[in-house]
Design a protein around this ligand. Structure first.
Ligand code: ADP
Length: 316
């Protein structure tokens, strides 16, 4: 393993009892200091993957290393250099923020002479300054989440796992938290692996992302490169009649290519250099009835929808 590789996953697989193959042999490597996203719908295998990397779930086969420590053969060492922010709270609500951080500093054997400075530094990074001496029970959801992240960073982990860090927060608090996580990436050399359903969050925070679907990685690249796969422009239409029949007709006439996809009545057609007026004209003369047609630039949502089930394969 390269010394700058923080996470190396090779053909990792998990079969649960009852023949559920939750993770079907995935491989990827994350460089030190990188923010890497695992993106996928519910049931895709994200939590199982994070569980294996954080040594709480035993892989069925394959291997994974955190800064060179194998998560099975050297689980204690792997655990000692990593930290996890779970969706559920682990901080103690009856204690203040500072007491929680000090407690975790002791648990992680941070020398007492460094613990105070570390607490202050984390409080500043995560914008907790004024809250530190209040009981956690009085924190808002976003404030508690920031304390959870500070708690996970007390041990100065080489690898930080964030499991859906902004789920359930209102939009403003979410935006603030994304900003704080973004600043972590600028200020520390900690490697971050985060799971999320939110595409804006992935786009904003991740250097690279893996889209995981039914236990398999279906795409892995930078957000910009993933978007670029769909070209510079696409046409989106809503079918007035059966979307399956409309999609089939557009395919047959060569208007929709292999990477066109459909979700409900909406059909999305990447143009790959063809002009939007040309494509819209072709749709209008094809006999396919629409309730709207627009053209726009592709987003990460398009990439995600195409790869995780937007495609109507039976209409091809
Ligand atoms: P995600 O985190 O992407 O939502 P999970 O890793 O939780 O996905 O789940 C992947 C698949 O494995 C799902 O089909 C889920 O039902 C199944 N699964 C998860 N945990 C268990 C378990 N303990 N026993 C059996 N099946 C499980």
């Amino acid at each position: 393993m390269n010394t700058t590789t923080a996470i190396e996953v090779t053909d990792l697989r998990k079969m649960y009892s009852g023949d559920v193959e939750a993770v079907k042999g995935i491989s990827f490597a994350v460089s030190a200091g990188e923010v890497f996203g695992l993106l996928g719908p519910n049931g895709a295998g994200k939590s199982t993957t994070v569980g294996m990397l954080t040594t709480t779930i035993l892989p069925t086969s394959g291997s994974a290393q955190l800064v060179g420590y194998d998560v099975v053969r050297n689980a204690l060492a792997a655990r000692s250099i990593a930290s996890v922010v779970f969706q559920e709270a682990v901080v103690d609500r009856s204690l203040t923020g500072r007491q929680n951080l000090e407690l975790h500093a002791r648990l992680w054997r941070v020398p007492p002479e460094h613990a105070g400075a570390r607490t202050d530094e984390l409080a500043a990074t995560l914008g907790l300054g004024d809250l530190l001496d209040r009981a956690v029970a009085t924190y808002s959801g976003g404030e508690r989440r920031r304390l959870e992240i500070a708690r996970a960073l007390v041990s100065q982990p080489r690898v930080l796992f964030l499991d859906e860090p902004t789920v359930g927060l209102d939009p403003r608090i979410r935006a603030e938290l994304i900003d704080v996580i973004g600043s972590l990436r600028d200020r520390s050399q900690t490697t971050i692996l985060l799971t999320t359903h939110y595409l804006d969050e992935a786009e904003r925070l991740c250097d690279r992302l893996a889209i995981i679907h039914e236990g398999t990685i279906v795409a892995l690249d930078t957000p910009a490169a993933l978007r670029a796969d769909l070209g510079e422009k696409l046409v989106e239409l809503r079918a007035a009649d059966s979307p399956q029949i409309a999609f089939g007709a557009l395919r047959e006439r060569g208007i929709a290519g292999d990477d066109a996809f459909s979700v409900g009545a909406t059909i999305t057609i990447p143009l790959h250099g063809r002009s939007a007026p040309d494509a819209i004209g072709a749709i209008e003369t094809s006999g396919v009835r629409t309730t709207s047609i627009t053209s726009r630039a592709p987003t990460l949502d398009d990439v995600y929808l195409r790869l995780t089930g937007g495609q109507l394969t039976d209409a091809a």
